[in-house]
Design a protein around this ligand. Structure first.
Ligand SMILES: CCCCCC/C=C/C(=O)SCCNC(=O)CCNC(=O)[C@H](O)C(C)(C)COP(=O)(O)OP(=O)(O)OC[C@H]1O[C@@H](n2cnc3c(N)ncnc32)[C@H](O)[C@@H]1OP(=O)(O)O
Length: 360
């Protein structure tokens, strides 16, 4: 067992930290918990970590990754400042706010126009991966939209992706209570998040502007209508990630597409094209990418003029008898995932992605 653990530890750490060449060359002093460490100290620590014979456990590995990421962030900071200095002879920190380029960091943009409230995932550089803050913001946006004047609510993405699912770096932000506490609070957040979709009272439309992954796919079963560009794809690689389905997909997908097609997606991670997803009932209609935005928004504007109360009541009749079941499914999926997130299968898959060795 010790040999196996040793092999595991070496594989994990060499995957996570890579060869010394892959370690960011900071050329800076590195701040440790109690003192300043030099770049040499840091490189030594990286080498030592690869020689550990015992697996230090998932919690310690996530802490190591989080610390490693902080170093990478310092490097990004230095790079950005040096780019700013190069692009401007006299940087003007006193420039009035209106003249400054607004940060691209508003990860969620909510607008209301023409009877439509649009919730836009806005992290295109990260393929609209969902940070913990974004889950909270989406919950708040849905709660506000359920009470606002709009007739229809839309979820869509900025850039070339609809959403790449859960941001896998969420797992590296370990609270004081460690991995167990992280899994507990993530499961609670997941449950609240999905509950908002189950209970959303107005017509909810997904405008899938590009590939969709993970939880952004599974919750589609809780939308009323799903429009997709022909560039979109639908991927739920839960087994690859050592995880299990959420978003009520363990219930909605077999209902929508039949149990064997659902199993191909949810167990084996089969990626569907937009046309396939449409043929299987997950997507309502597919549009050519070139005319996608124009056609979809024209249609939604027309629908938003329909009597809002009639639409609400019709949705209630269609959905209400399923609600209790969906809440129970959501609770079970969240609790199973709470365990999964603490498993070696899951930790290895996340470490693999974070070390840039594995993509979907
Ligand atoms: C409250 C918690 C609830 C949790 C619910 C459970 C949810 C489960 C899921 O959603 S499982 C699905 C998780 N998602 C993934 O596994 C996708 C991982 N990403 C990829 O495989 C690829 O990035 C890609 C196929 C989506 C896109 O590949 P490519 O076109 O080659 O782009 P890049 O990989 O270069 O991506 C650009 C940039 O974005 C970062 N990024 C993309 N997706 C994620 C992600 N899900 N988490 C974190 N970061 C992501 C990627 O690392 C790149 O960053 P960089 O430029 O290198 O800093």
């Amino acid at each position: 067992m010790a040999g196996l653990a040793g092999r595991f530890a070496r594989r994990w750490f060499s995957g996570l930290l890579g060869s010394p060449l892959q370690v960011p060359a900071l050329g800076l002093h590195v701040r440790g918990p109690a003192m300043l460490a030099s770049q040499k100290d840091f490189n030594n620590a990286v080498s030592q970590v690869k020689l550990l014979k015992e697996d230090p456990g998932n919690e310690v590995k996530l802490k190591l990754y989080a610390l490693y990421k902080q170093e990478a962030a310092r490097q990004n900071y230095v790079d950005l400042v040096s780019r700013l200095s190069a692009s401007s002879e006299s940087p003007s920190p006193e420039a009035p706010a209106a003249d400054r380029k607004q940060p691209e960091s508003d990860s969620l943009v909510v607008t209301s126009e023409d009877g439509i409230t649009t919730i836009r995932l806005n992290r295109p550089a990260k393929k609209n991966a969902l940070t913990t803050q974004m889950y909270h913001d989406i919950i708040a946006a849905l709660q506000a939209a359920s009470k606002d004047e709009s007739a229809i609510t839309v979820l869509t993405g900025s850039g070339d992706y609809y959403c790449s699912g859960n941001d896998l770096t969420n797992f590296t932000h370990l609270p004081a209570g460690g991995l167990e506490e992280m899994a507990r609070s993530a499961a609670a957040l997941l449950r609240d998040f999905v509950n908002c979709f189950i209970d959303f009272p107005k017509p909810l439309v997904a405008v899938v502007n590009g590939p969709a992954v993970g939880i952004s796919v599974t919750i589609l079963g809780l939308f009323d209508v799903v429009y997709a560009t022909d560039r979109a794809s639908f991927h739920t690689p839960f087994s690859h990630l050592g995880q299990s389905p959420e978003g009520c997909s363990s219930y909605t997908f077999p209902k929508i597409m039949g149990s064997s097609k659902a199993a191909e997606m949810l167990l084996f991670g089969k990626k569907l094209t937009a046309q396939e997803a449409c043929a299987q009932g997950l997507v309502t209609e597919v549009f050519p990418d070139g005319t996608f935005q124009k056609e979809v928004w024209a249609r939604l504007k027309a629908y938003s003029k329909l009597p809002p109360n009639a639409m609400r009541i019709s949705k209630q009749i269609i959905r209400n008898r399923e609600k209790e079941k969906l809440h129970a499914v959501n609770a079970e999926e969240s609790s199973v995932l709470r365990e999964r997130w603490q498993s070696d299968e899951c930790m290895n898959a996340i470490a693999s992605f974070l070390s840039r060795k594995a993509k979907l």
